[in-house]
Ligand binder design. Structure first.
Ligand code: 6GU
Length: 234
């Protein structure tokens, strides 16, 4: 998979050089290219923002550098219509199902906004060349899209075949199957007065599976009732 990221803080994305994503890049599973938006300015001050029409606080990112940067990325795309992801608190909420969908695509492009956002016409224009998606991490505000891109690239990247050593670990985790993960324990079985639930030491795999399922349902009910389906669980 090819991933391009456009940002005014390309150094922010250096975390993509390490750990799981860094290894996937070394292994040739991921081709990540980070671009500096300011390379697409043509004035002495490399200006990327300006005051908002209509007034109001803060600055808005100018359309011209974005169009030039995104044209360059689209011209170099392996596909006809790459997916353009724009991290913004006013987007639809990013989720495991969306991560799974994106993991099936050949080329993702992330446009990191800063300040009060990017001139809205950039998204209208970009729809000519990209499948445009505005996505949020959740209901809180970050200063820019870079942290959100790190989160989304990790969520998508780990779903690409070969990126994670043991693909079975993908099946049983939180949000796969719509419930939170069950609690996990390792040795020692007794630690500072806290015991591992005896069923996990019983060797009865049927009973263990049943207990884990019940824990998943109970945790989800307590912490994330919004995730539970209406009627009884399968
Ligand atoms: Cl994707 N971007 C920004 N700037 N703030 C956010 C966000 C994204 N998701 C939650 N807050």
């Amino acid at each position: 998979m090819r991933i391009d990221v456009v940002s005014i803080f390309p150094e922010y994305l250096s975390a993509l050089d390490i750990s799981l994503i860094g290894r996937a890049r070394e292994d040739g599973l991921l081709d990540v290219r980070v671009h500096d938006l300011r390379e697409h300015t043509h004035d002495r001050h490399r200006t990327v923002d300006d005051t908002p029409y209509g007034g109001g606080a803060g600055m808005v990112m100018k359309p011209e550098p974005w169009a030039e940067a995104l044209d360059a990325v689209a011209d170099d795309s392996p596909v006809e219509r790459p997916t353009l992801l724009v991290p913004t608190p006013s987007g639809t909420v990013f989720s495991q199902p969306l991560a799974r969908e994106l993991a099936g695509y050949e080329h993702l492009v992330f446009a990191c906004g800063r300040y009060e956002g990017i001139d809205e016409r950039v998204f209208q224009w970009a729809a000519e060349r990209f499948d445009v998606r505005l996505v949020s991490l959740g209901d809180y505000v970050l200063n820019g899209g870079e942290v959100a891109v790190l989160a989304m690239v990790e969520a998508v990247g780990r779903l690409i075949p070969g990126v994670i050593g043991n693909p079975e670990s993908l099946v049983e985790e939180s949000h796969e199957g719509g419930l939170l993960e069950y609690p996990v324990y390792t040795k020692p079985s007794s630690w500072r007065g806290h015991e591992v639930p005896p069923v996990l030491l019983s060797g009865d795999h049927g009973k263990i599976a049943q207990w884990r399922r019940a824990q998943q349902v109970e945790r989800t009910r307590l912490r994330r009732p919004d995730l539970l389906p209406e009627g009884p669980l399968a």
